[in-house]
Design a protein. Structure first.
Length: 185
């Protein structure tokens, strides 16, 4: 097994907050651990993350993936976005359970919306489990609106997905941070 390269110096972060940085191949192991904890029935595979990362570099990149690390260097969240033409799709977003309520989810979503803007996307779509009220509330605070359902989308649990859309992501997030007063995530 190849040793994990040093990611270099970490930017300073206030106590209790995480630092966001681009996801790299050496993050896949810790991401999979978090994925399995949060989404045991429909966790992504290592191959899925490898494939997404393969499309996140270079001049023709169509993906944007980011991880969040706490002050100790522990991976506490991650998120990913795919772009095609003027449409972006939130592929995944997750925050460790001990980070719920800290605003990390909002910071990750803010980062994805900024990436959608950089990709010059006019709309952002996402699917969210119908039984995940916490995530739905986060997306609604950012202006996402429900537009339909995908029956049995999450397998093997056969759980429906609520499809949500955000028009004009460039105007959905203040330039200096997430939604004002954001404390959930």
């Amino acid at each position: 097994m190849t040793a994990r390269p040093s990611p270099g110096p970490r930017p300073a972060a206030p106590a209790g907050s995480a630092v966001l940085r681009p996801m790299r191949w050496w993050d896949i192991g810790p991401v999979l651990e978090l994925e399995q904890d949060l989404f045991p029935e429909d966790a992504w595979s290592a191959g899925m993350f490898w494939s997404e990362l393969a499309h996140s570099r270079g001049p023709r990149a169509t993906r944007h993936y980011v991880v969040a690390e706490d002050a100790a260097g522990r991976l506490v969240g991650y998120a990913g976005l795919a772009a095609a033409g003027d449409l972006a799709d939130v592929q995944t977003i997750a925050a460790a359970r001990d980070q719920w309520g800290t605003g990390l989810g909002a910071r990750l979503l803010t980062d994805l919306l900024r990436a959608a803007t950089a990709f010059e996307c006019a709309e952002v779509l996402l699917e969210v489990r119908v039984d995940n009220a916490r995530a739905q509330k986060l997306y609604e605070r950012f202006g996402f609106e429900p537009i339909g359902f995908r029956r049995g989308y999450y397998q093997p649990g056969n759980v429906d997905a609520l499809v949500m859309r955000l028009s004009d992501p460039a105007h959905s997030v203040p330039a200096d941070g997430p939604v004002q007063g954001e404390t959930h995530g």
